[in-house]
Design a protein around this ligand. Structure first.
Ligand code: GUN
Length: 282
């Protein structure tokens, strides 16, 4: 039987309508949540993501400020800008779009962002809080995936979750958030010797690698839930994920499409975190 689609667009829309209620409540108190997005250089993919984030802010009625900087900006100059934003009362969330140019140390910049405005959830303080199960800003993509799994009413407790990919942005925090919800978690990565052996045992398989065609039907257990985080391009330049959708959907119980699965959730959780930051000030 073919899998049920997990409709990220619809689930994101539902969450955004809840956020609109929060924004109206804040507006009654003359408070508008503000997000600063810092874009260094002119990477086309980064620019596309940043534009999508800004548009989503504007649509919901958040204040968004785009700070565009030359590729050649020094680390010190960028640090000064981050510090200014930390002290700016109109700004509740700061997002420095990654990757940064090679001459700038990403961890130095991330650590300079106030943990109270780190709506990406990348600051070590927020990562530490997440690991110990304390309240924190959670990284937007993994948090969005948790919301997708909640939306289909599947409890994570006792499930075997296999995460393929171990990036700081997605893979690592993804496993941690599942562990925090009492799942048993396996991480696979480029040095895993027998990927299929692990993935085929997953109740929930989450792939965040960026390799088209990596996950075939043979990697998936009958009835598994399959979440595809990747955004690859096929030979016709169409968006696609890591999962061979057409064959895996015949085996899975639920599956996310690409596009329209995880993608819309990432931006929604960024808005969610920004509003959370604003509400914390009250
Ligand atoms: N680059 C790719 N994804 C992200 C993200 O979620 N946040 C930031 N800041 N940069 C990114």
């Amino acid at each position: 039987m073919a899998a049920e689609l997990i409709n990220g667009k619809e689930i994101a829309q539902e969450l955004r309508s809840q956020l609109v209620r929060d924004i109206r409540y804040l507006a009654e108190k003359d408070i508008i949540p503000g997000l600063a997005v810092v874009l260094v250089g002119d990477d086309p993919a980064s620019r596309t993501y940043v534009t999508m984030k800004q548009k989503a802010c504007e649509k919901l009625g958040l204040y968004s400020r785009l700070i565009e900087l030359e590729e050649t900006i020094s680390e010190k100059e960028l640090l000064d800008i981050v510090k200014q934003l930390n002290n700016d009362d109109d700004i509740d969330g700061i997002l420095v779009q990654l990757p940064l140019p090679k001459h700038i140390e990403e961890t130095t910049i991330i650590e300079a962002i106030s943990p109270e405005k780190d709506v990406d959830g990348f600051h070590p303080i927020n990562i530490g809080r997440m690991m110990t199960g304390q309240d924190s800003f959670l990284p937007c993509t993994p948090y969005g995936i948790i919301k997708l799994i909640e939306a289909i009413n599947v409890p994570l407790e006792g499930k075997h979750v296999v995460v393929v990919g171990r990036s700081n942005i997605v893979g690592k925090p993804m496993g941690q958030l599942c562990l925090n919800r009492n799942a048993t978690v396996t991480y696979c990565h480029s040095k895993t010797s027998d990927l299929q052996k692990h993935t085929s045992q997953a109740d929930i398989l989450i792939s965040a690698v960026g390799v088209r065609g990596l996950i075939t039907k043979d990697h998936v257990k009958d009835g598994a839930i399959v979440i595809d985080v990747a955004m690859n391009r096929d030979e016709e330049n169409k968006l696609c994920g890591d999962v061979i959708f057409e064959e895996v959907k015949e085996k899975a119980s639920f599956i996310t499409p690409v596009p329209g699965g995880v993608g819309p959730m990432t931006i929604t959780m960024l808005l969610y975190n920004t509003i959370k930051s604003t509400k914390r000030k009250l």
